[in-house]
Design a protein around this ligand. Structure first.
Ligand code: FRU
Length: 493
């Protein structure tokens, strides 16, 4: 059944509510993607872990929820790993299995001295295990393996194997900082360090959904450690955003290589939150692939979809590059996307000196082109015919200023206040750059310079047939290598 804003390419729950990606892991030839899930309504509720698998990161098959809320609490975000050598002792001898680390959340009522009853939120880290990835059991009936720390916000454990120091490491957010734990048996964990006071972006809310991994620097025989942290409000352009730090990690301590006040954002759009990377991707593949919730806590509950709420971004591959302003993390669409798309034969020539318009009858479009911006020229990139969103590019001293404008009124207060935007970001790039836009019934992902910088935004057009129009306000339009592609066949999401 076709629903007005059901994306064709991006992963969505068949019905109900979804937020953060959880437990991303590759096991026995399948990518497993779990997610914060509430099947009984279109808004956030008692959290389950929904479950989908894919062989190609594009087609997803939905399964029974893996984890359900019970007396041990709701199942908040977390991660999964393959326990290859049955280190945990939870599996059949000699067989690997999956472990999922998640936050169990309970809110017992406590009575204050004056007799009033209040809720006392408690977040603790729990463990679940599965021999085949499909049926899951809570370890010790969901009892915590790391108990509450006094801070009501203590959540979203990400577990990795740290090869040099031969230990498992867990990063967890606690208030507005990250805690690092170590373990050798995956069951007993001890706190070894903290990071975050005075570093990066802070706001009223807690830090959330951390991730930690090592990335090679493109073109060099060197690596750096990257710590990813979600900030639920107060990000660079309003509401939730995903920041990162680049540095070193010795198995215990993360050292930020930048000034503590340096702010680095993984994406410059409004709808990019809770990024997590897949664990256990085979070494011969070697990619660091991430999935991200494509929404924003400011208005996620009111988005105008019908049977489901929220989708994930197109999975992306992260890379580290040395840019004009220093080392940065970039992200390109996974190469599997190309197999799902076919090039449109009629790739257009610029229609006149100043404009090019591509109207599609289809709802998925990928458009890419090389752009040369002339002095004091503004380049407009409009998506969709009724123009609910556009970008403008203008050369400035420090690089190229990108203006992102989005419109949309839906009839409820919160979303009507927070959804529209008009902000500017200066990117440290030259006047010659490449743009790549993926449009899919309700979202626009713009990548610049093969993913060095990205803008991810939900966009709801009246007519969802994809279109792109590029124009300049003066001089001529210097576009080269224009390519347009659309969906090659049927997809399952
Ligand atoms: C981020 C988040 C996580 C939490 C989950 C609850 O979107 O707030 O910190 O685990 O959502 O659904």
């Amino acid at each position: 059944m076709s629903e007005q804003y059901r994306p064709l390419l991006h992963m969505t729950p068949n019905s109900g509510w979804m937020n953060d990606p959880n437990g991303l892991v590759f096991f026995n030839g399948d990518y497993h993607q779990f997610y914060q899930y509430y099947p009984n309504d279109m808004v956030w509720g008692p959290m389950h872990w929904g479950h989908k698998t894919s062989k190609d990161l594009i087609n997803w098959q939905e399964h029974e929820p893996a984890l359900l809320p019970d007396q041990s609490g709701m199942c908040f975000s977390g991660s999964a790993i393959v326990d290859w050598h049955n280190t945990s002792g939870l599996f059949e001898t000699g067989k690997p299995g999956l472990l999922a680390f998640y936050t169990s959340f309970i809110q017992p009522k406590v009575t204050l001295a004056d007799g009033t009853e209040v809720e006392n939120p408690i977040q603790q880290q729990s463990l679940a295990y599965s021999q085949d990835g499909m049926t899951w059991k809570k370890f010790a009936n969901g009892a915590p393996i790391i108990t509450a720390r006094g801070n009501p916000d203590f959540r979203d454990p990400k577990v990795i194997w740290h090869q040099p120091s031969q230990a498992w490491v867990m990063v967890v957010s606690c208030g507005q900082h990250i805690e690092f734990y170590r373990s050798t048996n995956l069951l007993d964990w001890h706190l070894v360090s903290e990071f975050g006071y005075r570093h990066g972006a802070h706001s009223k809310g807690p830090w959330e959904c951390p991730d930690l991994f090592e990335l090679p620097i493109e073109g060099l025989q060197e690596t750096r450690w990257v710590l990813v942290v979600g900030i639920g409000e107060g990000a660079h352009c309003g509401g939730a955003g995903t920041q990162y730090f680049i540095g070193d990690f010795d198995g215990e301590t993360f050292t930020n290589h930048n000034h503590p006040e340096t702010l680095l954002w993984l994406d410059f759009g409004r709808d990019y939150y809770a990024t997590q990377s897949f664990s256990d991707i085979p070494a011969e593949d070697g990619r660091r692939i991430v999935s991200t919730w494509m929404s924003n806590h400011q208005y996620s509950l009111e988005l105008p979809t019908q049977k489901f709420r929220s989708s994930m971004t197109m999975p992306r591959e992260l890379f580290l590059f040395e840019g004009k302003a220093g080392l940065r993390v970039g992200q390109r669409f996974v190469r599997e996307l190309n197999q799902a798309l076919s090039l449109d034969v009629q790739t257009p020539e610029p229609s006149d000196e100043q404009a090019i318009s591509i109207y599609s009858l289809k709802e998925v479009m990928k458009f890419s082109a090389d752009v040369t911006l002339q002095d004091s020229q503004t380049l407009h990139l409009n998506v969709y015919q009724d123009n609910p969103a556009y970008f403008e590019f203008i050369g400035v001293e420090q690089g190229v200023e990108v203006r992102s404008v989005r419109r949309g009124q839906f009839g409820t207060e919160r979303i009507d206040q927070h959804f529209p935007h008009d902000y500017r970001v200066t990117l440290p790039i030259e006047n010659e750059f490449q743009i790549e836009v993926l449009i899919d019934k309700g979202s626009v992902e713009l990548l610049i310079n093969a993913g060095q910088f990205s803008f991810t935004n939900l966009v709801y057009a009246k007519e969802t047939q994809a279109s792109v129009a590029v124009s300049v306000d003066s001089g001529s339009l210097a576009l080269r290598n224009v390519q347009v592609s659309s969906l090659a066949g049927e997809k399952t999401c």
